[in-house]
Design a protein around this ligand. Sequence first.
Ligand code: SME
Length: 151
Amino acid sequence: MQKEILYERIIEQLKELFEKSDDPVARMATISALLYHKIDYYFWCGFYLLKDDELIVGPYQGPLACLKLAHNKGVCWAGVREKKAIIVPDVHQFPDHIACDERSQSEIVVPVFKPDGSVYGVIDGDSDKPASFDETDARYLQIIAGLIFQK
Ligand code: SME
């Protein structure tokens, strides 16, 4: 199935589910579960949250991940620094990529903003195949990130 259709369905489902709670952790857990289980190229899907200038793992689905990411290295930190989606078709070509799991081949990171516009953390998606993520994933993940703090 086309990824646009999958994301559209997931977003509809998330909006409905989020009527029950505006708790950000509950929403992030729900986002991770739906993306991981509904889109087959997600080998890992979850959140890293900015706390005291560190990136600490949040809700996720998939294999065990790093609890804390080395400061200012890797794809997640690039997303925080640049405040935009980072698409990595081949993680081995990304300078200082942090491999929490050696099977990861491609990756996408999209920043999550708080209502005041500051960075709350990132959504991170990993695939065990190269070049799984593109601008379409980035566009929909930005919409999904925007739902976390929506009333
Ligand atoms: N690869 C990420 C680290 C997190 S894992 O992919 C779950 C990075 O380079 O920031």
